[in-house]
Design a protein around this ligand. Structure first.
Ligand code: ADP
Ligand code: ASP
Ligand code: MG
Length: 406
């Protein structure tokens, strides 16, 4: 008998039929003798629908009220799933995050979980009831409702798994595992039976939305085996753990892309060490995270900076920089939202040369221009115009022969 946390994403609970199928799946696990805690997302499309209602009132709605609104989606799905389980003659109880004491910091829209009070969950387990917890939400120290960022139910599930010391955290979704790239973009992508936390962390941070990055961070930190598997097709999925795959690893194990990236160009600053520091401190004051950075030095002691931020934060970042142009001593700020970041990831890169050559050669053959470049020991990322996204992903996937097995 194992203690398992099962998380179901939006598509998995996207209709009444699917909720009924999830109820059957959960009951089967129970009948096999496992103890189960379930964590669910809102029905697919619901969070976006709520978001668009808010945007009809205010393009930049109050962050506190937005979190109150967005958590409504999960309240619906936990209740419906609990009803479906109860109707089948089993004991289940739906619980909002606050009811199991999920405490977060107070950064609305991307709050971090600080603690979970396991008493209530333990009581439910002792009474043999299936607890169905609302993902994506928490409560700050002042009692405000918070959300954990898009895709945050993955993180709720891992944090709960760690708090109750579960044997495994299973992320059920609409694909049957982690692939060498998004199978929606490259149908020839191959499923990986196993992947290390280190590689999954890079893939998630570079856009592979199959797992929210914070869930991978948390699972790695607490050493919780994490498994991605399909709600619709019973199979063993992909296991993410510290164990290196037994077969030889390729230099590149996956290609990720990030559409939600926006480019900012701050031009004609004085060329001194303070210019970039000022830009970054200004943005940090508004909790705006900067991703890629590059500089172009001009003759005459002037410098331009190009940086990328999440597209959610683009309007605010542009606003902050424009308002502070004279303090920055820059000539102007503009940007572009029609850009995408494409990355190749692989722990094998550490020990192999020539990966960058293959990468840029493949893009050059397709005449794909790169706007920004950044690299680390185990990844290469480029920013390209968004219209090249699919072509770039497929080109790189094939350049590193990812469609063929190990
Ligand atoms: P859920 O609603 O279940 O949380 P998501 O839409 O957040 O599901 O994540 C699943 C999706 O992630 C898949 O449908 C797939 O298109 C996308 N995806 C992106 N990169 C990958 C990858 N490397 N492997 C598998 N799926 C990926
Ligand atoms: N419902 C939230 C979202 O759409 C959380 C999640 O699905 O994980 O982002
Ligand atoms: Mg998700």
């Amino acid at each position: 008998m194992a203690l398992i946390v099962k998380k179901f994403g939006g598509t998995s609970v996207g209709s009444i039929e699917r909720i009924e199928a999830v109820a059957d799946l959960v009951i089967r696990a129970k009948q096999q003798g496992h103890q189960v805690v379930v964590v669910v997302s809102a029905m697919s499309g619901e969070t976006n629908r709520l978001l668009s209602l808010a945007k009809q009132i205010d393009d930049r709605p109050s962050a506190r009220e937005l979190d109150v609104l967005l958590t409504a989606g999960e309240q619906v799905s936990i209740a419906l799933l609990a009803m479906a389980i109860v109707k089948r003659g089993h004991s289940a109880v739906s619980l909002l995050a606050d009811q199991i004491g999920i405490k977060t910091d107070n950064i609305f829209g991307k709050a971090r979980i600080q603690s979970i009070d396991v008493n209530r969950l333990q009581q439910e387990l002792e009474h043999n009831r299936i607890a169905i917890v609302a993902g994506f939400q928490g409560r700050d120290i002042e009692g405000n409702i918070t959300t954990l960022g898009r895709g945050g139910t993955d993180t709720s599930a891992v944090e709960i798994a760690s708090a109750i010391r579960a044997d495994e955290c299973q992320i059920y979704t609409d694909v049957d595992g982690v692939y060498t790239t998004d199978p929606r973009v490259e149908p020839r992508a191959r499923r990986m039976a196993q992947i290390t936390f280190e590689e999954m962390l890079e893939l998630s941070s570079l856009g592979a939305k199959v797992l929210q990055i914070r869930s991978v961070e948390a699972a790695g930190k607490y050493n919780i085996p994490l498994r991605v598997l399909s709600t619709f097709k019973p199979d063993s999925g992909t296991l993410i753990s510290y164990e290196e795959p037994k077969v030889a690893t390729k230099t590149v194990s996956g290609i990720a892309y990030q559409k939600d990236e926006a480019l900012l160009l701050v031009r004609q600053l004085p060329e001194n060490p303070h210019s970039l520091a000022k830009i970054l401190c200004l943005l940090a004051n508004y909790d705006i995270e900067v991703d890629m950075i590059s500089q172009i030095n001009h003759q005459g002691g002037k410098i331009d900076y190009a940086l990328t931020v999440h597209s959610n934060e683009y309007a605010q970042a542009l606003d902050v920089l424009t308002t502070n142009l004279s303090e920055l001593d820059a000539s102007n700020v503009d940007g572009d939202q029609q850009v995408a970041k494409i990355s190749a990831v692989g722990v094998g890169m550490k020990s192999h040369s020539g990966v960058a050559g293959t990468f840029f050669d493949a893009l050059a053959k397709e005449n794909i221009h790169t706007l920004l470049v950044s690299t680390s020991e185990i990844k290469i990322s480029v920013l390209v115009e968004e219209r090249y996204l699919e072509l770039a992903v497929r080109t790189l996937h094939s350049a590193f022969s990812l469609e063929s097995g190990e």
